[in-house]
Design a protein around this ligand. Structure first.
Ligand code: TXA
Ligand code: MG
Length: 356
């Protein structure tokens, strides 16, 4: 059990001497091989010096993460990526177009320096976060930072400091509490064809940088589940390992609004000893009142996809705190970032969609 120092940072003023001082202390911990939880625009990360084998090993231990699930390495500026990875022509264009961004590129390693983040692979995942606190921390540490999402393995990713404190207090040297994550879902992960890297990209994990935004780069229609079996390191986040699971089972309901409302009310009456959670949109939450004893959490308006993304993991964590027995969820739109929201919900549900 580590003694975790929990600090608050004013993310709007990170260049003020007081805030800079806090980030210098955090950077010192990273340099000395320790673990620091820090905000990014996607979700909070659990960071360690990517060039220090022992420090990277501590991440796996703290999260209870399987040792063959590789980590993303974070840089403060895109130029540094070229020192550690082979940047093919398409990757170069993507870097120039988007970075810093909630986007991760899986590239061929250039030298062995980033081996600890992906020990058995000839590729490494790299990203330059858009969040200024994250970039400043990396810059002050003077080393790339390996960081997975700061949750215990298999649990929903943390989008606010309070989620982390319950998961990682005692497992990291420092937790930097900043604002709630602006996007709320992990970065989009893309890879390139190893034989012909300039011949299209694969989207391994959907996120804020959507299929539509990447469409000029020739997206391959690959079957991710075929690339993955138990003996190989995971190529697609979330296929081999359970991801994003709230404590209670989650079921996605497909059907018209009034049928969904009837279904939830009926289930509640028929299962008096079960606490039901309902993950919905604003227009559905109005149909329930407190006396029904259903935990109703809205992701926001049906047509505001960014807000749904931002609220999803917070909602799943809230259901954990309430302690529900089952969660029923509406089926979100699959347009734009909705694809990523849908993908996280599908994983949380184990692929269980029920028609009502
Ligand atoms: O937004 C994010 O990406 C956050 C913040 C902290 O940056 N990080 C994050 O890390 O979500 P993590 O470890 O929870 O998810 C990274 C995913 C893993 O599922 C892993 O399998 C995949 O990226 N990955 C990492 N390196 C890879 C590689 N070389 N090839 C294929 N997939 C890789
Ligand atoms: Mg994760």
């Amino acid at each position: 059990m580590l003694k975790t120092k929990i600090i608050k940072i004013d993310e709007k003023n990170i260049n003020n001497p007081e805030e800079l001082g806090k980030l210098r202390e955090a950077a010192g911990i990273i340099k000395n091989g320790g673990l620091v939880v820090f905000p990014t625009e996607t979700v909070y990360g659990l960071g360690a010096d990517a060039l220090n084998r022992n420090a990277v090993g501590k991440i796996y231990k703290a999260k209870g993460r399987p040792s063959d699930n590789p980590l993303i390495v974070h840089f403060s500026n895109a130029g540094d990526i070229y020192k550690y990875a082979e940047v093919n022509e398409t990757a170069g264009k993507i870097i120039n177009k988007f970075m810093p961004a909630p986007l991760t590129l899986v590239l061929k390693k250039k030298n062995g320096l980033l081996n600890y983040a992906s020990p058995n692979l000839d590729t490494v995942a790299v990203r330059v976060p858009r969040n200024k606190t994250a970039r400043k921390l990396i810059e002050l540490a003077g080393t790339p930072i390996a960081a997975p999402s700061a949750n215990l393995s298999g649990k929903p990713s943390p989008t606010s400091a309070e989620h982390i404190i319950s998961d990682l207090n005692g497992r990291a040297d420092m937790i930097i509490c900043g604002e709630s994550s602006e996007i709320g879902l992990e970065s989009t992960v893309i890879s390139f064809n190893p034989d012909n890297p300039d011949n299209g990209i694969n989207i391994l994990r959907s996120g804020f940088i959507t299929r539509e935004m990447l469409s000029e780069f020739n997206i391959s229609e690959n079957n991710l589940s075929e690339n993955n079996n138990k003996n190989n390191p995971p190529v697609c986040p979330g296929i081999k390992y359970r991801h994003y699971s709230p404590d209670a089972p989650l079921r996605i309901l497909s059907g018209e609004n009034h049928r969904i409302i009837d279904f939830i009310k009926r289930e509640n009456i028929n299962n008096k000893n079960k606490k039901i959670g309902f993950l919905c949109f604003d227009e559905l939450s109005e149909y329930f009142d407190k006396s029904e004893n259903i935990a109703v959490i809205s992701l926001g308006p049906r047509d505001n996809l960014n807000e749904q993304a931002k609220n999803l993991f917070g909602a799943l964590n809230k259901f954990n705190n309430i302690g529900v027995d089952i969660i029923y969820s509406i089926e979100p739109s699959r347009k734009e970032i909705g694809e990523a929201v849908y993908n996280r919900l599908m994983k949380a549900s184990g692929g269980k969609v029920c028609g009502v």
